[in-house]
Design a protein around this ligand. Structure first.
Ligand code: UD1
Length: 364
């Protein structure tokens, strides 16, 4: 079976790496090309992850870069179709919910190539998020839906997707968390930043709903200003967020003594920071899952989540973008009012094995 494994943006790499490694174990059965769309392209948003996750140089690099949604999705489609016209795979494997995911799936389905969606079935029910649209479209044109939680299976069934296409396998991002932990443990990032394990808060923000409107963005930074008086905050800043900080002339927040803003960090340093944080504040999807497995309290700065299992079973809580709510829950957690959780079913480090075993059954 010839497989194209697609990556494009930062959250894809750690979901795809375990699959790539697992496919390599069966060279007589699978031929896998790693395809990078170039949606993310910086050293800090892309190259460092390839090195740290021990991924090879992509076999196909589309180099599309940034752009508006239609433009970026369209460019990926044009480039990917051209790249595979003369040498088509039997299966295109996509992960998550970024524009690269939906773009390559659409190209594949129109060429009658099978599509497998890793992390299928998640739903926020919030159509204002581009990711929700990407998820729904990708799921509906996929032949294999590899789900990470039981609620995802239910979402797919409720939408009329055939049961035979749905495979509850667990979470490949958590495979990476386990696999790279020995390397993560060796990092000294806390010392480099001047913070002590267990005594700092980690924050990431990049969603348009939080960073694209100046009153919300400023409200969030005012809250961080208050919180950092109590405990240092480490803030690896996404390029989009830095761009908006400059656009809204909010550079003064870069000077706060206990708000340690860094460039985007590599996987190992970031996981080390996450693992030892007292509290994580985020609007990311992946961090809601990783904190649940690490047992670190997580406040998600969104009104909804497509990963409700992290709330039902894990350490995650939704607080929206309201400064009073964020402040109140942050302070309560620092005072010891933490939510205990457990690790969701199949988030055990063996999801890629389950996925590849399903593909082996189908290809034989
Ligand atoms: C994308 C995903 C989002 C995911 C996030 C993780 C979509 C619709 N969104 O959002 O789901 O959570 O990745 O990071 O696919 N930029 C750089 N260097 C880079 C990449 C981007 O400077 O390597 C800057 C550019 O100014 C760009 C902006 O970041 O315009 C946004 O990048 P883009 O890929 O459009 O979306 P993200 O916000 O990263």
């Amino acid at each position: 079976m010839k497989i194209d494994l697609i990556v494009g943006a930062r959250p894809n790499y750690m979901k795809a790496a375990p699959i790539y490694r697992e496919l390599l174990k069966y060279p007589a059965e699978f031929q896998c090309r790693l395809v990078h769309t170039g949606q993310h392209y910086d050293e800090k948003m892309s190259d460092i992850f390839f090195r740290e996750l021990e991924l090879p140089k992509p076999h196909i690099y589309l180099g599309v870069g940034s752009g508006r949604h239609g433009e970026q999705t369209g460019k990926i489609m044009i480039a990917y179709e051209k790249a595979i016209l003369n040498d088509q795979p039997d299966l295109v494997l996509v992960a998550g919910d970024v524009n690269s995911t939906v773009a390559c799936s659409l190209v594949a389905v129109k060429l009658h190539i099978k599509v497998g969606h890793i992390e299928g079935g998640l739903r926020s029910r919030d159509w204002s998020m581009p990711e929700e649209i990407n998820r729904i479209v990708t799921d509906n044109i996929s032949d294999y839906l590899f789900t990470s939680s039981r609620d995802a299976d239910e979402n797919l069934l409720a939408e009329g997707i055939a049961k035979e296409k749905i495979f509850f396998v667990g979470n490949t991002m958590i495979d990476s968390l386990h696999y790279y932990m020995p390397k993560v443990e060796q990092r000294q990032i806390q010392r480099e930043l001047g913070v002590e394990p267990g005594n700092y808060i980690l924050i990431t923000l990049h969603r348009p709903s939080n960073v694209d409107r100046d009153e919300i963005f400023k409200g969030l930074f005012d809250t961080l200003e208050t919180i950092q008086r109590r405990m240092p905050i480490v803030f690896p800043m996404h390029p989009r967020t830095l761009k908006m900080l400059q656009e809204f002339s909010l550079g003064r927040y870069l000077e706060l003594p206990n708000l340690k803003i860094t460039e985007p960090l590599g996987y190992h340093d970031f996981m080390k920071l996450q693992k030892d944080a007292r509290l994580v504040l985020t609007d990311s999807g992946g961090l809601q899952e990783e904190t649940t497995v690490l047992g670190v309290p997580c406040l998600t700065l969104r009104k909804n989540t497509e990963r409700p299992v992290t709330i039902w079973e894990g350490t995650n809580e939704l607080v929206g973008s309201d400064p009073a709510q964020i402040l109140a829950r942050s302070m309560a957690i620092l005072d010891g009012d933490v939510k205990k959780g457990r690790i969701p079913e199949y988030w055990d480090g063996h999801t890629a094995e389950r996925i590849v075993s399903i593909l082996r059954d189908r290809s034989s």
